[in-house]
Ligand binder design. Sequence first.
Ligand code: GLC
Length: 745
Amino acid sequence: MRKYFLILFTILLFAVTGFVPTPQQNSSEETIAERVDSVLALMTLEEKIGQLNQLSFGIGWGPTVKVSVPDEYKQQIREGKIGSFLNAIGAEFTYELQKVAVQESRLKIPLIFGLDVIHGFKTTFPVPLGEAATWQPEIVEMSAHYQAIESASAGIHWTFSPMVDIARDPRWGRIMEGAGEDPYLGSLMAAAHVRGYQGDLSDLNIIACVKHYAGYGGAEGGRDYNTVDMSERTFRDIYLPPYKAGVEAGAHTLMASFNELGGIPASGSKYLLNDILREEWGFKGFVVSDWNSIGEMINHGYASDLKHAGEISLNAGLDMDMESRSYITHLKQLVEEDKVDEDVIDESVRRILRIKFMLGLFDDPFRYCQKEREEKNIMTSDIKIASLEVAKRSFVLLKNDKNILPLKKDYKKIAVIGPLANNSIDPIGGWGGLGDSADVTTVLEGFKNYVDKKTQVLYSEGCKIDDPSTKGFKDAVNIAKKSDVIILCVGESRDMSGEACSRSSLDLPGVQEDLAKELLKTGKPIIVVLMNGRPMSINWLNDNANAILETWFAGTMTGDAIAKVLFGDYNPSGKLPVTFPRTVGQVPIYYNHKNTGRPGDLKNHYTSKYLDLPLTPLYPFGFGLSYTTFEYNDFKLSTNKITNEDSIIVSVKVKNTGNYDGEEVVQLYVQDLVGSVTRPVKELKGFKKIMLKRGEEKTMDFTIHEKDLRFTAADMKFKSEPGLFKVFVGTNSVDLKESQFELVE
Ligand code: GLC
């Protein structure tokens, strides 16, 4: 009775006072649980199954683009057969859909609208790999916060982000969507995204969705959707931590992945969806499948048909079915055949209704469908400034010979050349939401915005990104010859990374390198601006260009960000979140590798190496230069012996010894020298990004506790083991100062 009273009270309260308690007023778990159960008690089995069904709209958005609601969807909504849509966008359009649900269906249960807001809704931020290169979780949180404001203002309740899949193989196109190869950095970025999107779930926040659970980035050969097979230990110590970090940060949903893991498709894995997620981690939210990932278990050879797939997934703990339509088609029959228990369905429905209550959708189903907010909150100057800030910080300076950068401001003529020089489409990057090329500032435009009238900016495309024609070379060379310096903008198209975009090569596509070689013959200095969604084997550019700035895909503010950094308004501070191989033949190559019994030694034939390559990558994890220089001194430990109860303070003095104020990411790594299983040669355990003015010196302290030394030991327990450890501090994963300490019982 009490449950019904609560609902009645809320209705009366609104009727009398117009006051609608916002989610926060009703946010106690107990209240929500009671309200959920009161709704569940009224639902038929068909209506329950409808809540587990998510369908998609093609993307159509904007006040002028009226996307009508197809009658077949309206009827299904009326009958309570759909609980969620993805790709339904816009205050007006989502209002139309929600109106059908809450005014024309029997129980008036609101819909929840999801969208892939990965690095921007309309204002595009740098791709997540670029955001990770900031090594600033607070910047990533800010980015997610602004993405949420735009999305929530356009009717979106829920983003299918952050993507937290660890990626050690740059052939995999989705490396662009994540935070790279390291579990520590990836975990911090996962949590930052969740905080930024969800905030306190006030009305300009959206629900996060940690994906793709789990291990999707371990696809063999870097080929998307491919088999993932790894030891339980590697899975738990390298690939799993960022998902856990997202859950611990309070993510309310996860997305199950396409891949199999050790022979079991993730979307049907009770081990993943229940044992780890719910029993080990205590996750209370809900899990949505990836697009038809339930149905794809037939291809996997794990389900005999769509009905069997639905039975497997629901019983494994997968709550919502994205677009396979297995649940809506077969669950009722599966209940009648006692293959699925209605109680299991009830549990999934509870999880979904709980999130709808937390979003306040039962109190005010239209709170996200306010046209005036949509017009006011999208592509605002604040959000563009934020995007510019994130972009500048995402750039990584890979080379700067003879300090040619920052550019002098008295150049008479600057040649901006290349297929990405005046390109407003590709800088948006993959999964660009509703990012519009019309809003993008190209590099050419950025330079023209920046320089004064004494400097002329010349332009030539030179070649396409991925086309064999060299007919544009002549014009490019002519332009270059007239100029003082060449800004060469090369890399990949936005469609060469992201989903289903694995590449077998890490080289520059097309004839871009040939163009660079022609331009080198002019004798003019070449500053390379690299735009890409993955590590690239730019060996020739590294050997011959004067400077290289890694800019990933920097989004709406690309051109202004690049011009400001190259001219020194902002001193680049990014560090690589992923190793750059010299060639695809070196893959996999990552910093936290094992030592092996025969560590690579080019002077010793019988060791782990290639005959035709150095042992090292082109650029190591954590690498990034600055316009200034930093010196590390006075590296010391507070003690050389700790027990499980105490800790070590690691300190080092960092001095800005160059001519520019600048930021440095001071990195802390640890190596467990002997373990019950072999251990990585080093693992990132901390970092701090600091600003140092010219000549300034700061002492950086890090604290190492016993818990920081834990791993999945031989007995599969997550624990530390006594013994000797090395500790490293430095500017990247290679240039490090080293010391040692002991963990004793
Ligand atoms: C895609 C992607 C996933 C995305 C989903 C909805 O196939 O794998 O990342 O969130 O479908 O668009």
